[in-house]
Design a protein around this ligand. Structure first.
Ligand code: F6P
Length: 361
């Protein structure tokens, strides 16, 4: 029988998933291997298995198509993270069922394209005896062991474009415009877009904020003749001593849904300063559309390297970007803890040097 490998996409989608799938299928085909796509994330591995062969020619033109042709899910029977990032063990009967189905499919290995939650599940499958290779995906950029995840650059481009657009309307109306971006426990998108898009205030999970400090910044700008202010808020940002803003009820078998911090911050700014304030929630626009050139390139390199790791039988490993190289690292190195924005790191210092406020002093 021909060598056959499987691939699945797990967790929230993001630009570049199809580019990784394309690279894996094409690289495998060049080796004479077949690739089978598992549909709908990890749950596709459970009986009745949902899978289909992926054809080399089907990959044409996929490089710049958003979403994932395999489908994905960030809930279901394989949940490894709940609440606010609490790790839970996937029940062993679920892992064993998946393992048996992977064997029945005749897969030499399974490539899992996912973020922290999906790679935590992948590690548990690996410990059950499934040959796994990981590829680091998330717009949040919060995985350790890799310089960057794919999807992040595309999300930052989207958020920066939004700030460019909000600036002109803020200026025309002399308003405070608040832009809420994604970023559950790490503020990478907020800081990157805030710097690249000329934000005045950036609020991130890593640096608790105080309204007084934000209002002081707005007053300083007014005193300087600037009647508008751009505030970038990561969805997971919190007031000092405050709580997350969440939407929807708690669902026991998935992570809490964050959202609403932008509206909360906007209302409080308007109440305290009297300046007209509006909020824009960028939401899933950050996760859709074509990947940037940078993401297309690293997705292609991630996918190609993943197939090489399978060939080298380096299971339990994830491809990591260590510029200028793509290397294999243990998945456990990536999922041990979240990679957050260092509060005294170069990005934050760069922003502070420009006069950007983090609402903390
Ligand atoms: O983890 C990626 C992410 O985009 C988070 O920033 C965000 O909180 C979450 O996914 C939203 O997921 P959903 O698709 O369930 O709304």
């Amino acid at each position: 029988m021909n060598t056959r490998i499987g691939i699945l996409t797990g967790g929230g989608d993001c630009p570049g998933l199809n580019a990784v799938i394309r690279a894996v299928v094409k690289t495998s085909a060049k080796r004479g291997w077949e690739t089978v796509g598992i549909l709908g994330g990890f749950d596709g591995l459970l009986t009745p298995v949902r899978s289909r062969p992926l054809d080399y020619h089907e990959m044409d033109g996929l490089l710049f198509v958003g979403g994932t042709i395999l489908g994905t899910s960030n809930k279901g029977r394989f949940t490894a993270k709940t609440g606010h990032g609490e790790v839970q063990r996937v029940p062993s009967d679920i892992l064993e069922e998946a393992k048996a189905n992977i064997e029945a499919l005749g897969l030499r290995a399974l490539v899992v394209v996912g973020g922290d939650g999906s790679l935590t599940i992948a590690q548990q499958l690996y410990e059950t005896g499934v040959p796994i290779v990981g590829v680091p995906k998330t717009i949040d950029n919060d995985l350790e062991a890799t310089a960057t995840t794919f999807g992040f650059d595309s999300a930052v481009a989207c958020a920066t474009d939004a700030l460019d657009r909000l600036r002109t309307t803020a200026e025309s109306h002399s308003r405070v415009m608040v832009l809420e971006v994604m970023g559950r426990y790490a503020g990478w998108i907020a800081v990157a877009a805030g710097i690249a898009g000329g934000g005045d205030v950036i609020l991130i999970p890593e640096i608790p904020f105080e309204y007084e400090s934000i209002c002081t910044k707005i007053a300083e700008r007014s005193a300087d003749g600037r009647r508008f202010t751009l505030v970038v808020v990561a969805e997971g940002a919190r007031e000092r001593g405050g709580d997350y803003a969440t939407v929807g009820g708690d669902e026991s078998n998935r992570e809490a849904r964050l959202g609403g911090m932008g509206a909360r911050v906007a209302a409080e700014i308007q109440r305290r300063t009297g300046q007209e304030t509006r909020v824009c929630v960028l939401g899933h626009l950050q996760r859709g559309g074509a990947p940037t050139t940078f993401d297309r390139l690293i997705c292609t390199r991630f996918g190609t390297r993943a197939v090489q790791l399978v060939a080298e039988e380096r299971f339990g490993c994830m491809v990591a970007f260590r510029p200028p190289d793509m290397v294999g690292v243990k998945i456990t190195e990536a999922i041990g803890r979240l990679r957050q924005v260092p509060a005294d790191g170069e990005w934050v210092l760069t922003a502070r040097s420009l006069g950007i406020s983090f609402g903390d002093r």
